[in-house]
Design a protein around this ligand. Structure first.
Ligand code: GLY
Ligand code: MN
Length: 439
């Protein structure tokens, strides 16, 4: 795949930043070195002999985008990082394609004949182990107490919250790779009648990705299926539905994009109302993007999203009360149950921005940080018609606040979500998604 020309230079600076960050983290937590295990492929079932493709440990990927099992990356403060690889003699599977040749010059690379051989090459002293496969720590002679020490993990995770220019270039490229998929599906939906499975496959084709390469399972939901927030069990038949919600991204060197668009088609009062709902969510999503600024707690933005959503529901007549009354009774929570967004990076739901729990009324909010420059997160408001949430409202004392004939008319459309990926700047934001996707 195409790559921006400046990746090698950005990557060198990124590693210099990581080297300094790791040195400080090791000193603060009193470790002499850390060994990061790339990972072991997970079995599809413990009764099976088939494996899922390897998704390397994010701490490993933070250093290099190599999806190879049983690598040991050794970091000692002040020294060049050492990458131990294990020679493979397997004739069942070949290595994953690797398109980042610029990484090699930044590491001392050693090739061991067997996994156990790495043990003798590890540094002496207090050596921590970061990884999912604890058996590897044992093989390399590291004690249980050295595995994923919480204070060290916290500091290493914190290094991923504010993105280096290399990381933002990867995230921007991941957005660029996803954009043709959204354009293709919008076009396919408006000009034909495909099944969810056909649309999912068309997205993979348009973005030149295989299913395991996507940062999360594509969410492709026609009509009422959009009320399932993570709808990934694709229908096999065309349904003629009036709505399509696509929540799908792409990756670049392990970094994810996470983009949602909702498309409409058809005629009639209900279709017109749903179109207005989608336009309204799009408009409030853009307002929320404009409100992002350094120093604002993300949870305040989430609360503001509920004010905007409530206003829209009042404007369209679904709520028959004032905005203030609806907010007082938290009615919008039944239409927008998820958080406004989450940090984004090597993980679709990146860690480090949810170190404190959200307030009780925001149980699914995954970003409770104070917004800071170089954070990357999503802004993804939505409005859904979810039976499990609406029925208690319909049966409860606040039922009269709603126009149920309008709500019921919109149930077949499932819901709407609009999601962009934002990079926070010292002043304002860069919208990584709308830079490359104008729909
Ligand atoms: N893209 C799915 C999610 O953010 O949960
Ligand atoms: Mn998301």
């Amino acid at each position: 795949m195409r790559q921006p020309d400046d990746f090698p230079a950005l990557y060198r600076d990124h590693l210099a930043h990581l080297t300094a960050g790791y040195a400080a983290a090791l000193e603060a937590t009193r470790w002499d070195a850390v060994v990061i295990h790339s990972g072991s492929p997970a079995k599809r079932s413990q009764f099976d002999d088939q494996y899922w493709p390897l998704h390397p440990v994010p701490h490993f990927q933070h250093w290099l985008p190599l999806a190879e099992p049983d690598c040991a990356l050794v970091i000692v403060a002040g020294q060049r990082p050492v990458l131990h690889r294990v020679a493979t003699t397997s004739f069942w599977e070949g290595p994953a394609p690797f398109d980042a040749p610029h990484v090699w010059s930044q590491f001392n690379v050693r090739v061991a004949r067997q996994i156990a051989d790495v043990r003798d090459a590890l540094p002496k002293g207090r050596v921590a182990f970061i990884g999912e496969d604890r058996t590897r720590a044992a093989v390399w002679g590291l004690p249980e107490s050295a595995i994923n020490p919480p204070d060290l993990l916290l500091k290493l995770d914190a290094l991923r919250v504010q993105k280096s220019p290399y990381e933002t270039a990867c995230l921007a490229e991941a957005n660029r790779r996803a954009a043709p998929g959204h354009v293709a599906l919008g076009h396919a939906f408006r000009n034909g009648d495909a099944s969810e499975l056909d649309l999912h496959l068309a997205y993979l084709r348009a973005t030149s990705q295989d299913d395991p390469e996507t940062p999360y399972k594509n969410i492709v939901a026609l009509g009422a299926h959009a009320a399932t927030l993570h709808h990934v069990t694709y229908g096999r038949t065309a349904t003629g539905a009036g709505s399509l919600l696509v929540d799908a991204g792409a990756t670049c060197f392990g970094y994810a994009s996470d983009i949602t668009r909702t498309w409409t088609r058809g005629a009639g009062d209900a279709a017109d109302l749903f179109r207005q709902l989608v336009a309204g969510v799009e408009s409030l999503q853009l307002q929320l993007c404009d409100t992002v600024r350094v120093g604002l707690p993300y949870e305040e933005l989430h609360e503001l999203a509920h004010v905007h959503v409530t206003q829209l529901l009042v404007d369209l007549g679904l709520l028959r009360c004032s905005v203030a009354e609806a907010l007082a009774h938290k009615v919008s929570r039944s239409f927008l149950p998820h958080g406004l967004g989450h940090a984004l990076g090597l993980q679709c739901h990146d860690v480090g921005c949810a170190l404190v729990p959200p307030r009780a009324e925001n149980p699914w909010l995954r970003n409770t940080s104070v917004i800071a420059a170089q954070q990357v997160f999503t802004i993804e408001p939505g409005i859904y018609f979810i039976a499990a949430l609406l029925e208690p409202l319909r049966q409860g004392p606040r039922a009269t606040l709603l126009d149920w004939s309008l709500v019921d008319a919109l149930v077949p459309f499932g819901g709407v979500r609009i999601e962009d990926d934002l990079l926070v700047l010292d002043h304002g934001v860069r919208n990584l998604t709308r830079d490359v996707l104008t729909t």
